[in-house]
Ligand binder design. Sequence first.
Ligand code: CU
Length: 485
Amino acid sequence: MGITRLNAYAGLATAYLITDQAEADLVTSNVIPSTQIPLVIQDKTFKTVSDQWGDPGDLWYPSVYEDTTTDTNTGRWGRGGSGISPLPIRSCVPEFFSDTILINGACYPYLNVEPRRYRFRILNGSQARGYNLQLYYADASGAEADLAKPGPPFIQIGTEGGFLPAPVVLNNPPNQTQRDAKGAAIFTDPNAYDLLLLGAERADIIIDFSDCEPGDTLILYNDAPAPYPEGDPMDDYYTGNDDHEATGGAPSTQAGYGPNTRTMMQIRVVPLTGSEDPYDFNETLDLLKSALPIAFKDSQPAPLSNNVGEFVKGVGKTLNEDFDEYGRLIQRLGTITQNGLNNEGNPTWGRNYMDEPATEIVNNGETQVWNIYNLTGDTHPIHFHLVNVQIISRAPFQIDSDGTPHFDQIGPARPPDANELGWKETVRMNPGEVTTVIMKFDAPAPPPWVTMKTSPRTGGYEYVWHCHILEHEEHDMMRPLIVNP
Ligand SMILES: [Cu+2]
């Protein structure tokens, strides 16, 4: 507790691939390809200067300013001419968006593919960064995406909750992030992104490269704003981006060099070896339209609600942004019962992880609907332990000019995206929206040699729900989830 963000950052991340008979049947019948490649995505930042904190190539985390010796703007994280001396050591940061994307632990990797179908198991293991994944052919340099030349489409068949009830075609053509005049993403349009993954979200996709020619080069591309959805241009690195040195940021990225958070991975098409794939994109999609609903039914619980797209009144929860006792920005979970005033003297609904009493208490086997009102300016990937949830709807709610939210005044609800149907365990919750989820709290039946222990603090089986932006979950966007035996 308190070092998750550092452990995840310092170490390599990987994933477990969990299988079952429904999946094995799809592979045996060649509906989905047997070749699957995990893509574990993390963002990291590497030091460029030697100082008392380390050397070039070492991982850098924003605990110190890189340039601590002069008041110039050298270094990517100089003091930006602040004039403050000495600069403070930062105890925590609200979030951390790095400048270099690693896939399976490698910077700017390439992958050889044959002209056939591949299955990719994608995990966003980043601290805070989201990805709007798209695929394009490379330009003449081979290093940059040609945004006018889309690559093959994706067929998404699953999420972190398992198989989808129906296949979803993405990158057909790619949806680049739509931005308003200020550069903020327009998230209220459910089609304003392509394959969007915030922290801990996962996607199971099939790409058919059989229309590509050996020698073709493709680029896996991302243009999600960070933070999502407003976006700070200083966190968006690409060739020719604006020079941000005057405000303590990075210089413009030169062609052929990093940092670059848009150009993620190069895919090189090599000649086919062995026999051709039995099915192409259209045949695969047709087969999945009949086979995936069956695999979903055989491997997943039935959906709990048919009211998808409608607002259903349930238990009210809130996502809150406050300042802690040291004046540091803090993100917290809460209920819709006001919890006093925050450090600025404004009403808050947020509670710390250890605040008594626990507020999420359910009975084993109970089904609940939660309406989670996001009072902050960020989209939070809210992650549920123990349960997978079904998204019912997202809808706007009202906040008065004095900041008072109205937990009853609901605008028109919209359904989850097609690739959010079925089961999810990490759900994007957008600012100004109430996200409604339904879930059934079935505590697992342990094997006979394991004794289920109740929590001395709360008397129940204790789980958690939390934001999966790592800097948020630790400060202090997590609450206990108590299941009464
Ligand atoms: Cu968060």
